[in-house]
Design a protein around this ligand. Structure first.
Ligand SMILES: [Mg+2]
Length: 236
């Protein structure tokens, strides 16, 4: 279901797990925390610690995305959850661990294969904007360090907007702020719920980066689906 009548002038692009490998980098950072804070005294292995952290963090992110919880609750709860088996219920320590974790994540910049080549290619023909639900203290610094900031005309972060993808308020803000009509923009992202369904419900075309080749979990169909970033260069 392509939209040949549409002529894109601008691309809205997600960051986490679309341009850089957030899952990989965050795991590395958690492993550093695990060692530095000597959590091995309480857990059999890092994998045991990570197995507790990961699904709980994902559930919290989903609730954060749906605006059911605020940033502080997300941060505090994910750390308290892993501190609990150690018999620790210290919210200040939980927040200190988060600051430490977020600071470390700005220094791990593993890009998804083909990310730089894609940005080099599309930045010749389109205006590029980041649309991200990620944390403000992480995203712009990490973009600089990953060497991709230079490709973008702007960065729209949910924390600044006060609404998150997939909320239409977020997409309307992005359109207004970038002075772009919804018919001339394509949203590119890995999250079906946040990026794809969010854009389509706002009348914006969408390209789903779907490396696992999953079936769409909803009844909205993106205009394009790819399994690698390299495929996008053949489309745009
Ligand atoms: Mg993402």
């Amino acid at each position: 279901m392509t939209s040949p009548e549409r002529r894109y002038t601008s691309l809205f692009i997600d960051l986490d797990n679309t341009l850089w490998d957030t899952i990989h980098d965050n795991k590395k950072c958690l492993e550093e925390l695990f060692v530095d804070y000597q959590f091995d005294r309480h857990f059999a292995s890092f994998e045991a610690f990570y197995a507790l952290y990961l699904p709980y963090n994902e559930r919290l992110w989903e609730r954060y995305q749906n605006q059911e919880i605020d940033r502080r609750t997300l941060l505090q709860e994910r750390m308290l959850h892993v501190l609990r088996p150690m018999g620790i219920r210290d919210t200040r320590l939980a927040m200190r661990l988060n600051r430490d974790l977020n600071e470390r994540t700005t220094r791990h910049t593993t890009l998804i294969p083909g990310a730089t080549e894609l940005l080099e290619h599309v930045s010749r023909s389109y205006r590029l904007f980041v649309l991200s639900n990620g944390f403000h203290e992480v995203q712009s610094l990490k973009m600089e360090r990953a060497g991709i900031a230079r490709f973008f005309r702007g960065l729209i972060l949910s924390e600044r907007v006060g609404a998150r993808k997939p909320n239409p308020v977020f997409f309307d803000y992005a359109l207004h702020h970038t002075r772009t009509r919804r018919t001339e923009v394509l949203m590119i992202g890995d999250s079906y719920a946040a990026d794809i369904a969010g854009a389509l419900r706002s009348g914006i075309d969408a390209l789903w980066y779907n490396p696992a080749g999953l079936p769409p979990p909803g009844n909205l169909s993106p205009q394009f689906t790819v399994r690698t970033l390299d495929e996008i260069r053949e489309i745009l």
